[in-house]
Design a binder for this molecule. Structure first.
Ligand code: DC
Length: 214
């Protein structure tokens, strides 16, 4: 499958880079973080305890999630703005650590790739677990200060709150037992603190074209 996996911590610039890479390669783009955020939104709306693995797993299996580019639909309703609130950012890593949730999301991600004939997929476990046979795996990272500054510029949220949130999410995402955030052994590692976005995109596209064989 023609998959480009782009993994990395919150605020490393994955979405911007993945969208640009999709445009340059003609592949579709999938933001898997938005899928986990939709589950978190449904959990909060139903007043379910995010730590209750069984109940949250049931939500993940029963909701309809449709992520199309930058838009996300939960049970047919556009929730693109609602899934970006600090409340969701503070909850999403908790629900994403549950294996039943991850099983449900992975199944949908693999179906999406089948339907689209490949794609640029961003997340945390895409190269390590979801698509271990991806043509290209990228691990995109940046210093915590740079990542927090980017998030504040995008959202206008409080800087200290953003630092706390991404530090805590990094901790939960990289220490969970099911598919923790880590670079795949064969990933190309790029530091977006020191390389301009355009150069990151160009590097990824070049690696892809060398390996794609089309
Ligand atoms: O990319 P993001 O910040 O929107 O992701 C939100 C959360 O979803 C992130 O903190 C961890 C989780 N996530 C995950 O566990 N696995 C993925 N493939 C994508 C996101």
């Amino acid at each position: 499958m023609r998959v480009i996996a782009i993994d990395g911590p919150a605020g490393a610039g994955k979405s911007t880079v993945a969208r640009e890479v999709a445009r340059a390669t003609g592949l579709q783009y999938l933001d898997t973080g938005a899928m986990y955020r939709c589950v978190a939104l449904s959990v909060l709306r139903q007043h379910i305890d995010p730590f209750n693995e069984e109940a949250v797993g049931h939500v993940a299996r029963s909701v309809s999630i449709d992520v199309q580019g930058v838009r996300a639909f939960l049970d047919g309703v556009d929730v693109s703005a609602e899934i970006r609130t600090p409340e969701i950012s503070n909850t999403v890593s908790i629900i994403a650590a549950h294996t039943p949730v991850r099983d449900a999301m992975r199944m949908q991600q693999r179906q999406w790739i089948e339907t689209n004939g490949g794609g640029v997929v961003e997340g945390r476990d895409i190269g390590t677990v979801v698509f271990p046979d991806a043509v290209l795996k990228v691990f995109l990272w940046a210093s915590p200060e740079v990542r927090a500054t980017r998030r504040v510029d995008q959202t206008g949220d409080d800087f200290d709150e953003v630092v706390r949130n991404i530090t805590e999410r990094d901790r939960i995402d990289s220490t969970r037992s099911d598919s923790p955030l880590r670079p795949a052994d064969d990933a190309v590692s790029l530091n977006s603190s020191s390389i301009a976005v355009g150069d990151v995109v160009a590097t990824i596209v070049q690696h892809f074209q060398e390996r794609d064989g089309r």
